[in-house]
Design a protein. Sequence first.
Length: 71
Amino acid sequence: MKNAIRSQQINGGIFIPSDLNKDLTSDQQANVTIVQDQSNPQVAALATETLQTVIENFGQSISAPKIGVLL
């Protein structure tokens, strides 16, 4: 990913550790890392916002089945 950023093929990405699934299935806090090109502040801000949205949507899709609704 860092090489693709350096060669300007991409502006950023998300590093997902290999133990992510284990953390999620054992109700542990899971950590991911956003990596981005810092050479253009506007592009970096947009990339960060976009990648954070992807992570938030992923987290919501995982937690939604665990939430019960009482009517």
